[in-house]
Design a protein around this ligand. Structure first.
Ligand code: 2F8
Length: 129
């Protein structure tokens, strides 16, 4: 199996926060090359865990509305249900189709940003592979 150096463990899954900066698509490619994908945040526990790992930083998560404006989907194709947007987000300011996590209040920490922005990113992969 692949290296787990730099990965943190929660609930049978590993999470990795990059130190480099990349666009959303390049970030996703990196996660896939590591045997995972950009993180899907589908519980309050995961949201809290990721916020703690992130520290004073911002990073891509596996959420975008690139296919249909205003329809936010996770990288596994599922629709967004529970969301943790900042107040006033997503606002598509300019043209923003990719979601990032910012270090702010745990229940309000996401922003939509231009997919071409260079940010850190968060990968997730199963512990069983
Ligand atoms: O005030 C919220 C606003 O802040 C920035 O725009 C000024 C963000 N832009 C980028 O991250 C590129 C907006 O996404 C955000 O809505």
């Amino acid at each position: 199996s692949q290296s787990k150096v730099g990965w943190r463990y929660l609930g049978s899954r590993f999470y990795y926060i990059s130190t480099e900066l990349k666009t959303w698509s390049e970030s996703r490619q990196d996660c896939r090359s590591r045997g995972g994908d950009l993180v899907i945040i589908n519980s309050r526990e995961k949201q809290e865990f990721i916020i703690k790992q992130l520290g004073n930083n911002e990073a891509w998560i596996g959420l975008s509305d690139r296919d249909t404006e205003g329809v936010w989907k996770w990288v596994d194709g599922t629709r967004l249900t529970t969301a943790y947007w900042r107040d006033g987000e997503p606002n598509n300011a300019g043209d923003e189709d990719c979601a990032e996590m910012l270090s702010s209040h745990v229940s309000k920490s996401w922003n939509d940003a231009p997919c071409s922005a260079q940010l850190s990113w968060i990968c997730e992969k199963s512990a069983f592979q």
